[in-house]
Design a protein. Structure first.
Ligand code: MLT
Length: 407
């Protein structure tokens, strides 16, 4: 008899964004004439930068000629891309990262979901609340939690991000082994200072814990005093893995390219306390289960770091951040508390309504799709998230509709 992994039965009915997509599809079916503006899932809407497209085309042409054709590439990524990443995203900011510590992949979602495979079933996991659901769901699938009740899984240490702590969680009161942090934060759009991040690094060092630092939105940081990488913090190389993505800064959500940094000094332990480099373990996993990102996509990603690519990306990010500023202004003007939108493309909006009711109200009365905060965890109840990823015209129209529906 084929039996299932029963931990899957503990999961909530469906992945948050699939759930929202289903509700929106039902609304559209019932209201065929109504135009819906999507400020829900953080999916980019603008075309790939010209520099990326040119590199992409050129690489496709190389694949069309026997003399330049490429078959399997290195699973970890081509050295041209790994070197560009290490130089521009880290060394240029004074953070020590070597090219061979960069693992190119098809998404930060996959990497943040897959990496927990390296750790023992019994570790104590600390996860922010609210949180990008992938961190939590993949630990549920792996059997690190008990059942779900009242918005929480038993066995998880929740790191609450609330208005009271300015959406940056405090250190856990109990000892944990694995810590997920995401800054600029999805969903709240909040940021962490160097000093705050340094306290987490120190905690991890003191407790031989590991931080999984999701920096997929680093390119949206406008305040140069804020850290873009955890490796800007002294001592982080031994205790942190970092995830980055080309999805949001360069519009690669449909093209797929991301990377994970695993420093050579970063250690985890066996039951007897023996030290093991995570670099070797992740390399083993990556090369066994992943066959690399396609050559043309990696060439397109490399172009992000050319002079013209950098300028085009800056323009792209600025465009979305102007949307974010507009959303934050309108929401503030309507009298709602909000955070985010200054160094992140998300605006986290508090209200006295239930967040799914708020979602329904915006959909029905304004034809605007948001993400209900409750889908990100118990601390998201009463909140919704608006994303800045859409055209200016659509954001302006959506804000006009919100003014009418909520004003
Ligand atoms: C989000 O809306 O939270 C993101 O688009 C999800 C993702 O990047 O996978």
């Amino acid at each position: 008899m084929i039996t299932i992994n029963e931990h899957y039965l503990k999961l909530q009915a469906s992945y948050l964004f699939s759930d929202i997509a289903r509700r929106v599809a039902a609304f559209q079916e019932a209201n065929p004439g109504r135009e819906v503006i999507r400020l829900g899932i953080g999916d980019v809407t603008r075309a790939l930068p010209k520099a990326c497209i040119e590199a992409f085309h050129k690489a496709v042409d190389e694949m069309a000629d026997d003399s330049t054709f490429r078959g399997y590439g290195p699973e970890q990524g081509y050295s041209f891309l790994r070197e560009a990443i290490a130089r521009h995203d880290f060394q240029a900011r004074g953070a020590e990262v070597a090219p061979d510590e960069v693992f190119v992949s098809d998404g930060a979602k996959c990497d943040t979901g897959n990496i927990q495979e390296l750790f023992a079933a019994g570790i104590r996991v600390a996860i922010p609340d609210p949180v990008y659901p992938v961190y939590l769901d993949t630990n549920v699938m792996a059997g690190r939690t008990g059942s779900f009740s009242d918005g929480r899984y038993q066995g998880i240490v929740y790191l609450e991000s609330t208005r009271e702590n300015n959406y940056v969680p405090d250190l856990p009161a109990e000892r944990v082994d694995l810590i997920y942090l995401c800054f600029p934060n999805n969903p709240t759009g909040s940021t962490i200072t160097r000093e705050q991040l340094a306290t987490w690094v120190q905690y991890a060092r003191d407790h031989r814990a590991l931080i999984l630092f999701d920096a997929a939105y680093a390119a949206f940081i406008r305040d140069d005093a804020l850290p873009q990488s955890i490796y800007e913090i002294q001592g982080a190389r031994e205790v942190a893995v970092e995830f980055r993505s080309f999805s949001k800064n360069a519009g690669f959500t449909g093209t797929r390219c991301a990377y994970t940094v695993v420093p050579r000094e970063c250690m985890a332990y066996d039951a007897a306390g023996g030290r093991h480099a995570l670099h070797g373990l992740w390399n083993r996993r990556h090369s066994t289960k992943f066959n690399g990102v396609s050559y043309p996509v990696q060439r397109a990603a490399e172009a992000v770091y050319s002079e013209e690519g950098k300028a085009q990306i800056r323009e792209l990010v600025d465009y979305y951040m102007q949307n974010a500023a507009l959303i934050a202004e309108v929401i503030g003007g309507l009298g709602f508390h909000s955070v985010g939108g200054k160094n992140a493309p998300y605006i986290w909006i508090g209200s006295d309504r239930d967040s799914w009711q708020f979602f329904d109200q915006l959909l029905n009365e304004a034809g605007v799709v948001c993400t209900p905060g409750a889908g990100f965890g118990r601390c998201g109840r009463g909140y919704i998230r608006l994303s800045a990823f859409n055209s200016r015209a659509n954001v302006e129209k959506a804000m006009e509709r919100l003014r009418r529906a909520l004003g």
